[in-house]
Design a protein around this ligand. Structure first.
Ligand code: NAP
Length: 268
């Protein structure tokens, strides 16, 4: 039997177990997905223990995503190093490897909604963990990336690292969006309250708008975007595809996306 799991603290409300176990059923894979809550200072021991116990793969979430970069046992790939966070550890190879599937997951969610990246003008709101992953992903795929953040200095710092990117404060959003193709909200705004970081007047029907927030699924930003005829992509798509990418990394098989999506959405 394969054991997969999630390292985080807390992990009680995670949607990963039902999403991954739906995939094992569909693939007829003898496997379980278990959540683990090690102490904050026990990550290194947890990874060593997982390796010793023969665990196949682990997802990593708050507060361990950044700490996992410094785990001695984990060889971190280039993308996760640039993003500055590991969300997937793979124990199946000769070396234990660390990856970040938030970037590839976000891109796959957008591609699924017919977004072409080469030459696209993308605006990313937020420069935290999600904003970093999405900005690197979009830039690597060929888009020009405008990063707008509440703390403008953080947007400039990130833009200095990301190819073809420029940093801004939130007040630039209106002019940035006028000729943009893609908008991604990578802030937590919209999660706790019915709020949006983007003025509704700045949205238009030629945009594809993705929200990383997935609770609620229909955020105010996505409602505003739908009202002007923009294509909307809710946060569950990104969550789904980061899981899909992890599963494919661990198993080398194509993930049953439909079954995973159904299991995820049944719980949102
Ligand atoms: P984070 O590292 O804490 O970054 C938070 C970001 O939100 C920062 O850019 C911060 O700006 C901005 N922000 C916070 N409050 C704000 C406000 N009131 N007005 C304007 N900007 C504000 O968090 P994260 O890990 O990137 O996560 C961000 C969101 O993405 C969360 O809702 C998370 O659940 C979601 N997420 C979803 C997925 C998915 O798979 N769907 C994956 C990862 C994250 P400052 O720099 O100015 O503080």
């Amino acid at each position: 039997m394969h054991v997969f799991g999630l390292l985080g603290n807390p992990v009680g409300h995670s949607l990963s177990p039902p999403m991954h176990e739906a995939a094992y059923d569909e693939l007829e894979l003898d496997a379980r997905y278990v959540t683990f809550e090690p102490d904050r200072d026990a990550l290194e021991a947890a990874v060593d223990g997982a390796q010793a116990l023969g665990i196949t793969g682990l997802n990593v979430t708050i507060p361990f995503k950044q700490d996992a970069l410094a785990c001695d046992a984990v060889a971190v790939d280039e993308m996760a190093t640039r993003i500055g966070a590991v969300n997937t550890i793979d124990f199946t190879g000769e070396r234990v490897t660390g990856h970040n599937t938030d970037a590839t997951g976000a891109l796959r969610a957008l591609r699924d909604h017919d977004v072409a990246f080469e030459g696209a003008r993308a605006v990313v709101v937020g420069a935290g963990g999600a904003g970093r992953a999405i900005s690197f992903g979009l830039a690597d795929a060929g888009a020009t990336v405008e990063i707008a953040n509440r703390t403008e200095a953080t947007a400039h710092e990130l833009a200095d690292e990301v190819p073809n990117a420029t940093g801004h404060g939130l007040e630039a959003l209106e002019s940035l969006l006028a000729d943009a193709d893609v908008l991604v909200n990578a802030t937590s705004v919209g999660m706790e309250e019915d709020a949006t970081p983007v003025p509704a007047e700045a949205l238009h029907g030629d945009l594809t708008v993705m929200d990383a927030v997935y609770r609620p699924l229909e955020t105010r930003l996505l409602r505003d975007a739908a009202a002007v005829g923009a294509t909307t992509v809710d946060g569950a798509w990104m969550l789904l595809y980061q899981g899909v990418e992890a599963l494919e990394l661990w198993t080398g098989e194509s993930a049953p996306v439909g079954a995973m999506n159904e299991a995820l959405r049944a719980r949102l």
